[in-house]
Design a protein around this ligand. Structure first.
Ligand code: SAM
Length: 315
């Protein structure tokens, strides 16, 4: 599928649920409610991915909410791994349940995993998320053991929260063959309210770790600029949707857990693909029509923010 701006769309991020077992303060604060009654079933997820694969989607990433809360995730991955044309299946998780599930996920066909981790300090982790850091570390160890490779740790930079841990995160890569990726906090939903105070440009990483050397990107459409410390086993990625937007090379679309297609993370517009599927419409034709309308760019610099938090879309 190619959009009107010549971008080839080959990557689908699909949310399996809005539910989450953490309450990260910039994403899913306590008062947020979740309605999962309209979630896609396993069969619907597989049907939609099959149609998307026929239209050129090659890579699928499962996310949420917390995708490991979905009881049928292993079956979903197993079914999707059999779909012709899908050659990369990845997962984004907070890692809390990963220790118990890593083996069955790998056996089902999961290839790689990104684990979200914004602090290496137990107390801070509890304060930010309400969860226990030890479980995440056990999850990462289990994923490594099962050969879910490469493991990427995703760290959202938050000015008054983890600026002082940047060096510690970078130093993880010295002895570990892992990617540590710093992601700029994006204004959306609840985080839009404190972006002025808490946004930290990823430039801060390079300022604090001047020995980082830029290396070649994995592939052109990757949003991550890659760096390495001399002699390090792992790499450091920087994803800066705000200070250096990468819309020109965006190759992705998203599907919410209720089956709404989002052509751009930062647009409020959603297309009810699941509704169309349930009405028996040809969603392949719909996809081809709507893909053309993928917005050329986001408007974060112009302060046009979306209303939803990430857990409602799929991060
Ligand atoms: N529960 C899974 C996890 O924690 O990885 C998947 C969903 S979570 C919404 C996906 C990612 O979105 C997490 O890494 C989280 O830190 C990130 N995220 C949420 N809100 C964000 C924001 N406003 N800006 C940048 N990243 C955000």
């Amino acid at each position: 599928m190619t959009d009107l701006h010549g971008r080839i769309i080959s990557y689908l991020r699909i949310s399996l649920t809005e539910n989450c077992n953490l309450r990260c303060i910039y994403c899913k604060p306590d008062q947020c409610t979740t309605n999962n009654s309209d979630s896609m079933t396993k069969e619907e997820i597989v049907s939609i991915i099959r149609v998307m694969a026929e239209s050129g989607i090659k890579k699928v990433r499962f996310t949420g909410g917390e995708p490991l809360l979905r009881k049928d995730i292993t079956e979903i991955i197993s079914e999707v791994s059999k779909i012709k044309g899908i050659d990369d299946i990845a997962l984004t998780t907070n890692g809390i349940l990963l220790e118990a599930k890593a083996k069955e996920l790998k056996d089902a066909g999961l290839m790689r995993v990104n684990v979200s981790l914004d602090t290496l300090k137990e107390e801070r982790y509890r304060e930010l998320t309400g969860g226990d850091l030890k479980n995440v570390l056990k999850g990462i160890a289990a994923a490594r053991k099962e050969g879910l490779y490469p493991i990427k740790l995703n760290t959202v930079l938050i000015n008054n929260f983890n600026k002082d841990e940047i060096e510690d995160f970078v130093n993880i890569t010295v002895e570990n063959d892992m990617d540590v990726r710093f992601i700029e906090l994006m204004p959306m939903g609840v985080s839009a309210g404190w972006i002025e105070e808490e946004y930290l440009s990823s430039e801060e990483v390079l300022k604090r770790c001047p020995k980082l050397e830029m290396i070649e990107k994995d592939y052109t459409a990757s949003p991550s600029l890659l760096y390495k410390l001399p002699e390090a086993k792992g790499r450091v990625g920087i994803i800066n949707p705000i200070s250096n937007k990468f819309c020109d090379s965006c190759n992705r679309v998203r599907l919410t857990s209720s089956g709404k297609l989002k052509l751009c993370l930062h647009s409020n517009e959603e297309i009810d693909l699941l509704g169309a599927l349930r009405k028996g419409k040809n969603i392949s034709d719909l996809l081809k029509k709507y893909i053309l309308e993928k917005p050329e760019t986001h408007f974060l610099k112009e302060k046009k923010y979306i209303d939803k938090d990430m857990y409602k879309i799929g991060g």
